[in-house]
Design a protein around this ligand. Structure first.
Ligand code: PLP
Length: 371
């Protein structure tokens, strides 16, 4: 296979990641498949997550909900993000559950709902983005939803952690500020689902699991703390590959790529791989990561350009034109993870996998077998 750039996604790994996330008896997993399933492809990933045991799905945007419904997925589906008046009809047509924190939004939904709409009230306990910081307002919004029955149904109470990956103390603080409202909601509306945990909280704070956890990054086999995923039994599902399209000699003093940011100190051989920042290989990785060919690591040298990168094969090149080149993934004993790339350039694995562009075809398999 020598397509210029391909993302191979192992759906069996996603199923296993979902089933391995340890949850207490009765706690459900909601698979977060926003942003095209973090670059992995929303529809096949959603199906795999449900096969692995996820009970629900969540996305950020109305169009994302519509895409899943159009593909025939009928699982419970929560839109976690804000919805404008223009987006609301799409969300309602998808039969999605909605996130609410103001009376005005509840009224807008009530005015356009043609079938019962499940709504989740969001309390902002410290993230500082969406939701109300005022527990009394949250209660008021819930009462308004409950009063809107049967067009509206109060389905849940939620919050979101700002530091589950970095600061357990602040997570604890958010949890403590959430609990009184949880008690009040459960007393008044015993059937509702309470949810708070993202992947990091799911892994590190079992007391934050409530009725269901909302896991994104972990189901893709990426580590929410940007450590080695293997340490937590997570299996990266995605591999990003290219191939050796050309091999040429660089004599001492000759340069490679835009801006001449690599100049050969001595004679060496350079391989060009037709993958670049237009595909999602971040330009900041210029002279700052490896690529694996035939089980050996080679330094990426020269500027990452839109369509190509270059690697230094050394004085006696073993790599040949046509061989597979791995940017993310394993080849033989060598592995490079999305976390490795993220840590090189001061970002997070989320941004690495979400950044793989539309130009890169996704190829699905189950442990190497056709999906
Ligand atoms: C994206 C998102 C999640 C999932 O976060 P991960 O860290 O990927 O598990 C959960 N809840 C909300 C509100 C989100 O926006």
């Amino acid at each position: 296979m020598s397509l210029r750039a391909t993302a191979r996604v192992n759906l069996a790994a996603i199923e296993r990641n979902v089933s391995r996330l340890r949850l207490a008896e009765g706690v459900q997993l909601c698979a977060v498949v926003k942003a095209d399933a973090y670059g992995h492809g929303a529809v096949p990933v959603a199906r795999a997550a449900l096969r692995g045991g996820a009970a629900r799905l969540a996305v950020a945007a109305a169009e994302e909900a519509a895409e899943l419904r159009a593909a025939g997925l009928d699982a419970r589906l929560l839109i976690m993000g804000a919805l404008s008046a223009e987006e609301l009809p799409t969300a309602l047509a998808a039969g999605a559950e909605l996130t609410a924190w103001s009376d005005a939004f509840v009224d807008a939904v009530a005015a356009s709902a043609s079938q019962p709409v499940r709504m989740h009230v969001k309390l902002d306990t410290g993230m500082g983005r969406l939701g109300t910081r005022d527990a009394r307002e949250a209660l008021g919004v819930a009462e308004r939803i409950a009063a809107g029955a049967p067009a509206l149904e109060l389905a849940g109470l939620m919050t979101h952690f700002a530091t589950a990956d970095t600061d357990p103390e602040f997570l604890e603080h958010q949890l403590r500020s959430f609990e009184p409202l949880v008690a009040e909601f459960r007393r008044r509306w015993p059937g509702i689902a309470v949810h708070a945990a993202n992947s990091a909280a799911t892994l590190r704070a079992p007391d934050s699991h409530f009725d269901f956890v909302r896991c994104g990054i972990a189901i893709y086999g990426c580590d929410p703390m940007n450590d080695d995923p293997a340490l937590r039994g997570l299996e990266p599902a995605l591999e990003l590959r290219s191939y050796v399209a050309a091999v040429k000699r660089a004599r001492a003093g000759e340069s490679v790529g835009y801006g001449r940011r690599f100049v050969a100190e001595r004679e060496t051989w350079i391989a060009t791989l037709p993958i670049g920042y237009g595909d999602g290989v971040r330009r900041a990785l210029t002279n700052n990561c490896d690529v694996i060919v035939d089980g050996r690591r080679y330094p990426l040298v020269g500027t990452v350009s839109m369509d190509n990168i270059t690697i230094d094969l050394g004085a006696e090149p073993a790599a040949r034109v046509g061989q597979v080149a791995t940017v993310i993934g394993r080849d033989g004993d060598q592995v490079q993870t999305a976390e490795d790339l993220a840590n090189r350039i001061g970002t997070i694995n989320y941004e690495i996998v979400c950044g793989i562009s539309r130009r890169v075809p996704r190829a699905y398999h189950r442990d190497g077998e056709p999906a």
